[in-house]
Write a protein that binds this ligand. Structure first.
Ligand SMILES: [Zn+2]
Length: 118
């Protein structure tokens, strides 16, 4: 995904959150401070997860060998063999699960499987 596309996506999501929150407040005029806080947190956490996933996948290293440089095994230094895309589940600090689909490589020497750095 290109930088401008990501920006547009995040901006759209932010605007949805802002309008959604204002709308929610109108519909919940008697909400307590805690309820408002929970609602804001819930909405922002969706944006947070989206941003983490997009930012993680937008780095050049999220794609295998795009810069023409071979990835090497951190164990033995042998050139890794690309094994196609694999899904990798990551946990955010908030405990939400983010699924990233990234290129995956394997070391022909020691057999270690590795996702590119990032
Ligand atoms: Zn190795």
């Amino acid at each position: 995904m290109k930088r401008e596309e990501i920006k547009e996506k995040w901006r759209g999501k932010s605007e949805d959150i802002i309008s959604g929150m204002l709308e929610w407040r109108i519909q919940h005029p008697k909400a307590t401070f805690r309820e408002i806080e929970a609602e804001v947190d819930q909405r922002l956490s969706e944006l947070r997860v989206r941003m983490i996933a997009d930012a993680a996948l937008s780095s050049a290293s999220a794609e295998w060998g795009v810069d023409g440089k071979a990835e090497v095994c951190p164990n033995c230094g042998a050139e890794l063999v690309g094994k196609g895309k694999k899904k990798r589940k990551m946990q955010t600090r908030g405990g939400q699960e983010v699924e990233l689909e990234r290129e995956y490589g394997e070391c022909p020497k020691c057999g270690q499987g590795i996702f590119p750095p990032g």
